[in-house]
Design a protein around this ligand. Structure first.
Ligand code: 5U1
Length: 677
């Protein structure tokens, strides 16, 4: 039965709202409403559709999670072949490519290029008919792919309806399905908890998740998508440049990476490659290179294609991040909380241009699961600046005398007994702060950049300070003298003075950093931030009982118990008292934000990469200085802060005449304002 007009309208309105908030959440990472608010809208729509089944349409957000079976992946012939890209590995390859394009155009002029990351996922084609999502297919062999419509429909970042009143009658959007690093980590943690095999990397996880016969499984595996081009297109006059096409797709609310740029000439290409290479480890998704495309579409057509790849585009790959080498021994390292981590000692090997001689094996179970033995040949992986790890064993090369690893029963550093609790994956040294390894790790964490940010206090120095009995706990750092420091190995007068100054400067950190620096188990940066915001002072947190702690966002039983236990410990209380005596006085976020600053009440957008701090730190500072961080540039934006490789958001800001600051201007404000406290 057809629903009454007001119900039809109400359902359409709810769908619009849900699509808008899903875009803010999944694409912009900048939700406007709470999860509960979103659920309420969703449930309202579900209720309407249950009462009026005729209202259900394929583009309704309620239809994303199909309970049924995918169709066994029927073959789909692509209307236009899905090409692959030729690869460049060296700067010379890139110059050669640009020269070939220039020759094909008969042009001596500097060429304009659209440059973007090469996402390490799965190429996919999406078909929109009159703005409605109709079908999706994998690349397959380029001519024929597999129909993965039911699964792709579950990817929240992909709009079921393009946000425009005048959509093309038919549009094929091409891009890559991938899994964000944080979702990959979460998936593998879950896999391990369930005794299932973890995925080797986000790409395999994305492929495995997309090619599930049950769309409900795909839906549970948060996949993401980035559009990088358009295939078949009818009923739309395409903009004249690739960059403008992507901007239009983004306006229709298709996810498009904001790390893309337009650059000039070979210098621009290589500049982008090396900038992104530096940012690679900090990007939320894996990339295996960058892609260069001639920006002008008419020139693209003129340059044309060779075999199965365009001549106007190329992928410039990063060096391989995996290598094979021999595992010489397995050592055990003691962490801050006493956790014993088996570490592989390797025959040094170059991985992605860096020599690797050690790799983590995480824990005893991981060693068993991967069946790693001393003497094996292993595949080692490193990505950016993360700790290298053993991916797998080359079983075909296992020598007959390969030895199994046995976790020691006593701590290799302090000799205390090692225990492994039944519900824990890790074995721990029971020596606590009597164990010098744990003391060193605690100090090192305390001084680290995201904690007290004490410049110049590296691992080697911490070793010396503890081994020579100069520092027992973090508070002792604040009474170190230049004379004591200059007596240490490789410590000149200047470095000692700088270190003492940097230690002194750390006394005025924001409260959340001090809370994080204390190294309370299960209290990461976000929880530290939430605790600081909620209680406003360290004394407030110390005095909170379990019930008071449970009120804080994301603090559950385990975290609350860990906090109470930490502050009940007499040694910890003593160290905190000493810290206060030495003048460590943390400033709570709210105490800072009451001041008026030039960005108080302003809407600020961050884009590109800042050299001095992470995106999270920058967001923190903006909020602390009274600003509000939003994800996308619009007329409501007051200020854009642009770091290196800023892309489309910067272009949009220029278009709308919005004030743009570079990193130096932003740092000047921070220095000026933090100096005021
Ligand atoms: N970012 C990006 N990846 N990628 C892959 N752009 C891009 N373009 C491609 C491919 C295969 O192909 C077109 C240039 C044809």
């Amino acid at each position: 039965m057809r629903a009454p007009t007001d119900i039809i309208q109400q359902a359409a309105d709810l769908r619009r709202q849900i699509a808008y908030h899903a875009w803010r959440y999944y694409v912009l990472d900048d939700p406007e409403i709470s999860d509960a608010g979103y659920d309420r809208l969703f449930r309202e729509l579900e209720a309407l559709e249950t009462a009026w089944p005729a209202l259900v349409s394929s583009d309704s957000p309620t239809q994303r999670v199909g309970g049924g079976l995918a169709n066994g992946f029927a073959p789909v012939t692509h209307a236009l072949p899905m090409l692959s890209l030729n690869n460049a590995f060296t700067d010379a390859d890139v110059s050669g490519f640009a020269q070939r394009v220039a020759d094909a155009l008969g042009s001596q002029q500097t060429l304009e290029w659209a440059v973007e990351p090469k996402f390490d996922g799965l190429a996919i084609s999406l078909i929109y008919q009159n703005g409605k999502f109709l079908a999706a297919a994998t690349r397959g062999d380029g001519a024929t792919g597999e129909d993965v419509t039911a699964n792709v429909r579950t990817i929240r970042a992909i709009p079921l309806q393009l946000s425009t009143d005048h959509p093309p009658s038919r549009l094929e959007v091409r891009g890559e399905v991938l899994m964000l690093k944080r979702d990959f980590q979460r998936l593998n943690d879950d896999q391990l908890k369930q005794g299932a095999k973890p995925f080797a990397n986000p790409r395999n996880a994305a492929a495995g998740s997309l090619r599930q016969l049950s769309p409900a499984v795909t839906a549970s595996r948060r996949l993401h998508f980035f559009a990088y081009g358009v295939g078949l297109c009818e009923g739309w006059e395409m903009p004249p440049t690739h960059s403008a096409i992507l901007t239009q797709l983004a306006e229709w609310r298709l996810p498009v990476s904001d790390v893309r740029q337009v650059v000039q000439g070979v210098d621009g290409l290589l500049g982008y490659y090396y900038t992104i290479g530096k940012q690679r480890a900090h990007l939320p998704f894996e990339i295996d290179g960058v892609v260069y495309k001639l920006n002008n579409m008419a020139l693209q057509a003129q340059v044309g294609y060779v075999a199965r790849a365009p001549r106007f585009a190329i992928a410039h790959k990063f060096p391989a991040e995996e290598a094979t080498t021999e595992l010489l021994a397995i050592e055990v390292q003691v962490g801050r909380t006493g956790a014993l981590t088996p570490v592989a000692v390797l025959e040094p090997v170059s991985v992605g241009g860096v020599t690797v001689s050690h790799a983590t094996l995480h824990n005893e179970d991981e060693v068993r699961r991967k069946d790693v033995r001393i003497g094996d040949w292993v595949n080692v992986r490193r990505a950016g600046d993360v700790i290298p790890e053993i991916v797998s064993v080359v079983f075909s090369r296992r020598p007959p005398n390969a030895r199994e690893f046995v976790m020691p029963t006593h701590c290799p550093v302090c000799g205390a007994v090692v225990i492994r609790l039944p519900d824990e994956a890790v074995a721990r040294c029971t020596g606590g702060l009597h164990c010098s390894a744990q003391r060193k790790q605690a100090l090192w964490h305390f001084a680290s950049r995201r904690a007290m940010d004490i410049d110049g206090l590296g691992e080697k120095l911490v070793d010396q300070l503890v081994d020579q009995g100069l520092v027992e706990d973090p508070a002792d750092l604040y009474r170190l003298t230049i004379t004591q420091l200059t007596a240490l190995d490789r410590m000149g007068e200047k470095s000692a003075t700088n270190l003492v100054e940097s230690i002194a400067a750390s006394r005025h950190v924001p409260l959340e950093r001090l809370v994080y620096a204390l190294g309370i188990r299960h209290v990461g940066e976000q929880t530290a931030r939430d605790l600081a915001r909620h209680f406003g002072s360290l004394t407030g947190i110390m005095q909170a009982d379990r019930d008071a702690l449970l009120v804080v966002r994301d603090v559950g039983d385990v975290v609350a118990d860990a906090i109470v236990q930490f502050f009940t410990d007499a040694h910890h209380r003593h160290v905190i008292e000493k810290l206060m005596d030495y003048g460590v006085e943390s400033v709570s976020r709210s105490a800072v934000s009451v001041r008026q600053t030039p960005i108080s009440g302003r809407s600020v957008v961050l884009t590109g990469t800042l050299a001095a701090m992470t995106r999270d730190d920058a967001r923190d500072w903006i909020e602390r200085l009274g600003g509000k961080v939003t994800g996308s540039v619009s007329r409501k934006t007051d200020l854009v802060i642009a770091g290196e490789a800023a892309g489309s958001k910067l272009e949009k800001a220029a278009e709308l005449g919005i004030t743009v600051w570079n990193e130096q201007e932003f740092m000047a404000l921070i220095n000026e304002q933090s100096g005021a406290h």
